[in-house]
Design a protein around this ligand. Structure first.
Ligand SMILES: Cc1cc2nc3c(=O)[nH]c(=O)nc-3n(C[C@H](O)[C@H](O)[C@H](O)COP(=O)(O)O)c2cc1C
Length: 322
């Protein structure tokens, strides 16, 4: 798949997720076949003030290339002025967040609140696109408090210079409830000529295939379906490439991948933060495995890196012995 002049190895994208898609998470998804992974949203205002923690969100590794950085904001000039900074670690794509539902974002006029003001969207995309050489993409929801004219918004985005649009067809008010209305992705696809990436409720390879078939979209983007499950990228790419649906790692293989993920996490964030952040990843990876609730409780009490790894190795033996 191509976004402007950027050749990607496939059309399967890892979605931005705040507090989740850090570098270790993205590297695991890339390893298992994601064509492009995106950082969590990064505040253009915070970048403007050189906020250290914010800048750490765009750190990368050579194994990650190409990758995308997502920015959010609503001041076209600040967003354009900080666009280069967002790309300073080498991102190949700059994505603009037009969907975040969180009150602390939307109440500032950022994220999903932009959907109430298509003219401002046009101004932002135009200024940001002019400020950088890499492709600029936009990620939208279907509206704020009700379904917006997404076809018109998509045309404005294209006209202003964006190179692709991702559509998560839920309104802001829906947050993550209800079902994503995939007919709106089809509508956007029919309204623009730039690539359209379909997002929402892809938890299996078959669902990704259905997304392509029912909407005609050019690529798929996965968020929650990748939590504790980087394998979904291999499953989707094998299904897309040759209809193969046989890849399904065993619980032991999943736990080996978890250990690899946590090694990266500890290296990148240090043991103190790493052990604490590991808990949510462990819960995701072990979901549905034997005695997973008790295992979840045990790891939440562990504060030491080695103890944590030992506990997971013991659990691996227990699971394999079943
Ligand atoms: C924990 C979490 C954090 C998210 N953070 C972001 C974000 O930073 N930027 C963004 O555009 N979307 C964000 N999203 C939305 C996802 O990218 C995606 O659009 C949404 O979850 C629907 O896809 P899914 O059904 O595959 O999960 C987030 C979603 C979750 C669950």
């Amino acid at each position: 798949m191509k976004i402007k002049n950027l050749d990607l190895k496939n059309n399967i994208f890892l979605a931005p997720m705040a507090g989740v898609t850090d570098l270790p998470f993205r590297l695991m998804c890339k390893k298992f076949g994601a064509g492009l992974a995106c950082t969590e949203m990064v505040s253009s205002k915070a970048m403007y003030y050189n906020d250290k923690k914010t800048m750490s969100l765009i750190e990368t590794h050579e194994n990650e290339a190409p990758f995308a950085v997502q920015i959010f904001g609503s001041d076209p000039d600040i967003m354009a002025q900080t666009a280069e900074k967002a790309l300073s670690t080498g991102a190949s794509v700059l994505d603009i967040n037009m969907g975040c539902p969180a009150p602390k974002v939307a109440n500032n006029g950022d994220g999903s609140a932009l959907l109430k003001n298509p003219q401002l969207i046009g101004e932002i995309v135009s200024k940001v696109s002019s400020a950088v050489d890499v492709p600029v993409t936009c990620k939208i929801r279907s509206g704020f408090d009700s379904v917006a004219d997404v076809a018109e918004i998509a045309r404005i985005i294209q006209q202003a210079g964006a190179s692709a649009i991702t559509v998560h067809p839920r309104t802001r008010d829906m947050y993550y409830s209800g079902t994503a209305d995939r007919s709106l992705i089809k509508l956007v696809k029919e309204s623009v000529s730039i690539p359209v990436i379909g997002n929402g409720d892809i938890f299996t390879a078959q669902s990704a295939m259905d997304m392509l078939a029912s909407t005609g979209c050019d690529g798929v983007m996965i968020a929650r379906g990748a939590q504790g499950n980087p394998f979904i990228f291999t499953q989707i790419s094998q299904l897309f490439a040759d209809g193969d649906i046989s890849y399904n790692p065993t619980d032991a293989e999943r736990l080996d991948t978890l250990l690899e993920h946590l090694e990266l996490l500890m290296d990148y964030k240090g043991a103190y933060v790493g052990v604490r952040e590991a808990r949510k990843h462990i819960a995701w990876y072990i979901k549905g495995m034997k005695a997973c609730a008790a295992m979840r409780e045990r790891v939440c009490r562990i504060e030491d890196r080695e103890q944590l790894f030992d506990e997971i190795k013991r659990y691996r033996e227990f699971v394999e012995a079943k």
